[in-house]
Design a protein around this ligand. Structure first.
Ligand code: UDP
Length: 490
């Protein structure tokens, strides 16, 4: 290893190409830049262009000369990613393209030809074992960043136990059967609260095998980073530490970044869609904590019938709402399907009185707005943390992956809101909104306010996440100069 490399760690950060993954890993990249670590951040061509178009990434990162945005070669699936099959197409094409590319990138010849310092370690998305394989082959230390919750990760990790114990595949249709073999969550999880992939009947299906094997490979990494904090998930983390001792909890990352750049008001958006900021003006006109924010993240799709159930529930609740309806929220085949029905047109009229709709919102700013008093969410992990940091109670309607677990924890463990999974009925939507925003408003706001304090404390100086990021930075320095390189701690 060259002398320059010994002095200057150079980390390759490789996120899975999806909004939530890119968002949190870019925040980590900025935190490491602040510690003067050189970063190469790897994205697809498509994401590169969208980040440049919709964010201030260029000017934001211009103050870090050691930061480089690098693109993967062409050949990666660029279509829709709203179904598991589509996500699998993306995943498979990414593996194929990334393997030879990473080999090349990690070879010192490449660094010489680009006149950059060689890459001294990798932080890869915890579902990209292609990076793990190449890192081991090329003897480059690798740390995993798992962008989901620790509780979601642990439920995934325990799947082999569930299979051995005969709890999977599910026998019969009763989704309320309690699950006994996720250690530490014995009386908590029902079948319906397991990660969505556990609903398969065919344990040999490629998407299920992929999810299973990716998580099982985690202990091979030198360390494991989570965007979470000890006061929120300490008890689950104690189980994870038995299989991966070197765990770094450094979240909530967006709050942590604000502490480290000493600017509590700056939100660093990493949106892949254009944000419609007109909703902030609308929120400015609303009373404190009266608005329900509704957003289902970047992947979720709903049927037209489900959309109507939500819409009726929202309107009937009499509560004011700001709703993100992405252009692709309802997959449609043709123009005829896209046309509004008379029922929708009628709802649009009523919505004008109490609601506001946008195609994509500046979510961090929305959740921190004083007018927002609740969040109807799909329980994506970034959205959950963003809500926790602002003390906003949630109604959870999980779509897939770890979201089923997150929503159970929100409702039953942290008691920050209500879990509405597996139902979509206007009367239930209305009732839950009334409960969250009116009947039990004080109770939920109090709990959410307490958790908000703990979240913020964790990222302040001397807080657990603050301390753990310092530890991570030290770890990166150590593995980069080769001292602890061989001893795998996780
Ligand atoms: N987001 C946003 N504007 C929106 C909806 C979502 O900026 O209108 C951001 C949100 O702040 C979060 C990310 O998109 O950081 C979504 O990530 P999450 O893990 O919640 O869900 P996913 O999209 O992965 O299902």
């Amino acid at each position: 290893m060259s002398e320059l490399a010994q002095l200057q760690p150079h980390v390759l950060i490789f996120p899975f190409p999806a909004q939530g993954h890119v968002n949190s890993m870019l925040k980590l990249a900025e935190l490491l830049c602040l510690a003067r670590i050189n970063i190469t951040y790897l994205v697809t061509l498509n994401f590169h262009d969208r980040l440049l178009l919709h964010t201030d990434i260029k000017s934001r990162f211009s103050k870090y000369p050691g930061f480089h945005l690098k693109t993967l070669p062409d050949g990666i699936y660029q279509g829709k990613t709203n179904t598991v099959d589509e996500v699998m197409m993306l995943y498979d094409s990414l593996r194929l393209v990334a393997k030879p590319f990473l080999r090349e990138l990690l070879s010192s010849d490449q660094a010489q030809s680009e006149k950059s310092s060689p890459i001294t370690s990798i932080i890869a998305d915890g579902i990209l074992s292609v990076a793990l394989d190449v890192a081991e082959e090329m003897d480059v230390p690798i740390i995993y960043f798992r962008t989901i919750s620790a509780c979601g990760f642990w439920a995934y990790f325990c799947i082999p136990q569930l299979i051995d114990a005969g709890e999977m595949p599910f026998a019969g249709k009763d989704m309320d059967v309690t699950i006994a073999n996720v250690t530490g969550m014995e009386r908590l999880l029902r079948r319906r609260d397991l990660p969505s992939f556990c609903r398969v009947q065919d344990l040999g299906s490629p998407d299920f095998r992929m999810v299973l094997s990716e998580t099982q490979k985690s202990p091979r990494a030198w360390g494991l980073i989570f965007n979470t904090f000890e006061d929120l998930e300490g008890s689950t983390l104690s189980h994870i530490r038995k299989i991966c001792p070197n765990v770094y909890t450094i979240g909530p990352l967006h709050a942590h970044l604000k502490t480290r750049i000493q600017s509590p008001w700056t939100s660093s958006s990493n949106s892949l869609w254009e944000e419609d900021r007109s909703c902030i003006g609308w929120l400015d006109q609303q009373h404190s904590q009266t608005v329900l924010y509704v957003s289902f993240g970047s992947f979720t799709v709903v049927t037209r019938e489900q959309l109507l159930e939500f819409w009726h529930g929202l309107v009937n609740s009499q509560v004011r709402f700001l709703w993100v309806i992405r252009p692709d929220l309802i997959p449609t085949k043709n123009d005829k399907e896209r046309k509004s029905t008379p029922e929708e047109l009628e709802l649009e009229e009523v919505t004008k009185e109490r609601g506001y709709m946008v195609g994509w919102a500046p979510q961090e700013d929305v959740l921190s707005h004083p007018a927002v008093g609740g969040f109807l969410t799909h329980s994506g992990w970034n959205s959950t943390l963003e809500s926790v940091v602002e003390g906003v109670p949630m109604i959870c309607w999980p779509y897939f992956a770890d979201q089923q677990v997150n929503s159970r924890f929100v409702g039953e463990v942290w008691k920050l809101g209500l879990d509405m999974k597996d139902t979509c009925d206007r009367a239930i939507v209305e009732k839950m909104i009334r409960d969250l925003m009116v009947e039990r408003k004080d109770e939920f706001l109090q709990r959410a306010g307490e958790m908000k304090k703990l979240a913020r404390k964790s990222t302040e100086k001397n807080g657990s996440s603050f301390h753990n990021l310092d530890r991570l930075i030290e770890g990166i320095m150590t593995i980069s100069i080769g001292v602890d390189h061989a001893s795998k701690s996780c």
